[in-house]
Design a protein around this ligand. Structure first.
Ligand code: GLY
Ligand code: MN
Length: 485
């Protein structure tokens, strides 16, 4: 009975679990080989150390607390895949293979800098004493349920930071000490221990977001990997298009095909795959993916593989399911292609961030005027009008990195009103979305949604397309599709 109560105090132990007699607990505690590992330092660790040094320099004399976040319940006692907070990843270089829920990075002021400690969950202990039942009874954290974590020493070796058990976090954060800034809302214990300081916390979040605006060489390597896998996923999908047309919910087949690549090559998805066929393509983030894929449709596939380092690709193509664009589809494709090309041509260090968007929407507005959809492109582009947006709906790109929409807490002056710098990575993704019930557009265009999206690294002289391996021009897309059929 006593043991049973102890078990129920464990997270992840349910009412349908059997109690553990003392004899079994004793038995579980012995007879295991030494499986400790000698883990090499992760290649990203040195870069993470440099980021922590920048953080330390920015907030001297203050305690900084960055949680990874924890598990989220999917249903009852099943959780979603764990995905740590991007700020935590950036400051630790932790990977999908080893990431541990409820880890917390603490920078404690010391002398002119900070001591860094990662509070985390060690391996499940193999003891008959307190905590011993986690190993075999805890379906959220037990090694026999969810797999082995690193020991604290192994984590220290892999990440190059001092580690401590999460059990010691409360002691480290409780009471007095230095003024403390946290990333709030991701760890209930941290939130409870540190009194809210909204302005200071917003400042921390902003700093950490802006720290990610320019990618270092290791991040660029990771983004290349993520984008290469993303491109491979598009190849996979084209090979499966015919099969998708035979199924009632062909969009799901497309989604599953891409997602298989994401899990095979990386940690998973940077965002839920958008597999939008036919009129679904005019919904920007169509993720229900429960529709058919028909022979004459366009399939808008917007998808990104997230590498094991958590960096993600983000690419969109509008693919004619038959392999050939119809006249109406091609007409829209050519205009969006021209808009994207104009946006791409505006990418260079020193350019305003807004320049590529402005260049792209100018082409779109002029095209819409030529088609008679708006009376006057110039007037439609004016800030007090922007009427063209009925058909474009959203912006033409964003920073890309650990988050698909990276650096989201950066200030306006560093993002929207900022200037492009070598090492930044962003998407250029203009689109046109004609709703199926939009009476202002000719019938032949209704239900066509079309976006072309590629990922770019700003270089010293211009921009490099990271997704260049994927055909972009309409003719190239058709030839590529024919070659895979
Ligand atoms: N790929 C989704 C987006 O950029 O919104
Ligand atoms: Mn995007």
């Amino acid at each position: 009975m006593e043991r049973r109560q102890q078990n129920n105090a464990l997270r992840g132990v349910g009412s349908h679990d059997r109690s553990v007699p003392a004899a079994l607990a004793e038995n579980f505690a012995q007879g295991w080989a030494d499986t400790s590992l000698s883990l090499p330092r992760l290649p990203g660790a040195a870069y993470a150390a440099a980021r922590r040094a920048a953080l330390s320099e920015r907030f001297p004399g203050e305690r900084i607390v960055v949680p990874s976040g924890g598990l989220k319940v999917r249903s009852h006692d099943f959780d979603f895949h764990f995905r740590p907070h991007s700020a935590f990843v950036h400051l630790t270089a932790e990977t999908g293979t080893w990431a541990v829920p409820d880890s917390v990075l603490v920078l404690e002021p010391h002398g002119n800098g900070h001591d860094v400690t990662l509070f985390t969950r060690p391996r499940s202990p193999r003891t008959a004493g307190p905590g011993g039942a986690e190993l075999y009874s805890d379906r959220q954290y037990g090694e026999f349920w969810v797999g082995r974590r690193r020991s604290l020493a192994e984590t220290e070796d892999a990440l190059g930071v001092a580690t401590a058990s999460r059990d010691r976090l409360e002691q480290a954060l409780r009471g007095g000490g230095a003024p403390t800034r946290v990333i709030r809302g991701h760890d209930a214990l941290v939130d409870a221990l540190v009194p809210p300081a909204p302005e200071a916390e917003a400042e921390l979040l902003t700093f950490l977001s802006e720290l990610r605006l320019v990618k270092d060489e290791w991040e660029i390597e990771q983004l290349r990997l993520a984008v290469d896998s993303t491109v491979a996923g598009f190849h996979d999908v084209v090979r499966e298009l015919r099969q998708a047309t035979r199924l009632e919910r062909g969009e799901r087949w497309i989604e599953g095909t891409f997602n298989r690549r994401a899990r095979l090559d990386g940690y998973g998805l940077g965002f839920e795959t958008i597999a939008a066929a036919g009129a679904h393509s005019s919904t920007l983030h169509w993720m229900r993916n429960d529709g058919p894929v028909r022979e004459g449709d366009l399939l808008l596939l917007d998808a990104g593989v997230e590498a094991d380092s958590f960096y993600t690709g983000d690419v969109t193509r509008a693919l004619p399911v038959s392999g050939r664009f119809s006249d109406a589809q091609r007409k829209v494709y050519e205009l969006v292609y021209a808009a994207q090309s104009a946006g791409i041509a505006a990418l260079r260090p020193g350019a305003r961030y807004g320049d590529f968007h402005d260049a792209a929407v100018r082409v779109v507005a002029e095209g819409l005027e030529a088609w008679g959809l708006i009376p006057d492109a110039e007037a439609a582009l004016a800030p007090d009008s922007t009427l063209y947006r009925r058909y474009t709906l959203c912006g033409s790109g964003h920073h890309l990195g650990l988050d698909c929409h990276d650096c989201g807490a950066a200030r306006q002056e560093r993002y929207m009103e900022g200037v492009l710098e070598a090492g930044q990575v962003l998407t250029v993704e203009p689109g046109l979305y004609f709703q199926p019930d939009d009476l202002t557009v000719p019938e032949e265009l209704r239900g066509i949604g079309l976006r072309i999206e590629d990922d770019f690294l700003i270089t010293a002289t211009g921009a490099e397309c990271l997704s260049a391996a994927l055909p972009r021009a309409a003719d190239e897309v058709e030839a590529w599709m024919a070659s895979l059929r």
